[in-house]
Design a protein. Structure first.
Length: 304
């Protein structure tokens, strides 16, 4: 295929797009909505994954000892727990350190500070405790069950497992994925149907021209290409519009998200890490949808 032929095919495709401008705008808009949903799902999934990674190292089990437990018993319990599978680290927090942390945490609450400072070190009401970290989030439930078992329950007055926060985030992430896939699937079907009907109408309007092209010996692919190019114009225009919107949103969100979450794993700001990824996914998705819709429409209605 020489350059003159390529230019002619592209010009025919652009002409098809302009001739049916309102249909073209409708097809482009539907595709843009689909791409925007895909982009939103990528951003939300990335943010929830980042949230999980950021707090994963901060969660764990806090096990508070009864006041009657001796230092020797604490040491024995620690050795037994450290030998358990799944236990990564156990930090012993004596009641004096617990008091210092309490004061630092509630430094802006004078009433609480006044109350805790009334106790002498020997009367410190805060208990000794273990801060336990596991190798994996799935290990926490087993460790908690062990701490509450008959072997260890008598040593502890309270067990607090805050790894449940992670479980909630995992459920949110899973819900976002499922809802996103459901919405994307619906809009993909709608997009293909709209583009299919748009190209079908274009073919119907040019049926006489197509028939003449076939009579003078035009190949099947020569007839197909203008309609494929028309579909590619829908795809590229939709990708451009959504790309501009996504760039603006990521630019506005980048600093705000960076203030709450560590973005080191992304290798830069939210904008730097996600924009080109989203743009690439959008372009590839839209081009594939456009080609599939156009090929089906041409095959069905041109009978070639």
């Amino acid at each position: 295929m020489n350059l003159v032929t390529v230019n002619r095919l592209i010009r025919n495709g652009v002409t098809n797009f302009v001739r049916n401008i309102w249909l073209s705008i409708a097809a482009t808009s539907i595709m843009a909505i689909t791409l925007f949903i895909i982009s939103t799902i990528i951003v939300l999934y990335t943010l929830t994954t980042l949230s999980i990674d950021n707090i994963k190292d901060k969660v764990g089990i806090s096990a508070y000892f009864n006041n009657q437990v001796t230092d020797l018993e604490i040491q024995n319990v620690k050795q037994e727990l450290e030998a358990m599978a799944g236990v990564k680290q156990i930090e012993f927090i004596p009641k004096t350190v617990a008091k210092e942390k309490f004061i630092a945490t509630h430094k802006d609450e004078p009433l609480l500070l006044e109350t805790i400072n009334e106790f002498r070190d020997s009367e410190n009401p805060l208990p000794n405790s273990f801060a336990i970290k596991a190798y994996d989030l799935t290990d926490y439930s087993g460790i908690t069950s062990t701490l509450k078992s008959e072997r260890f329950a008598s040593y502890f007055q309270k067990i607090r497992d805050n790894s449940k926060v992670i479980d909630r985030l995992f459920k949110i992430t899973d819900a976002i994925k499922k809802l996103g896939l459901f919405l994307v699937a619906i809009f993909i079907v709608v997009t293909v149907m709209v583009m299919f009907n748009t190209i079908r109408l274009t073919i119907y309007n040019r049926r006489d021209e197509v028939e003449i092209m076939r009579l003078v010996g035009a190949t099947n692919w020569y007839i197909r290409w203008p309609f494929i190019i028309e579909a590619l114009l829908y795809a590229l225009l939709a990708s451009l519009v959504v790309g501009i919107v996504v760039f603006a949103l990521l630019f506005l969100l980048s600093n705000k998200v960076g203030a709450f979450l560590s973005l080191q794993d992304l290798g830069g700001t939210l904008l730097e890490a996600l924009f080109w990824k989203i743009l690439s996914v959008n372009v590839l998705s839209s081009v594939m949808l456009g080609i599939i819709a156009s090929l089906f429409a041409i095959r069905r209605y041109l009978r070639i």
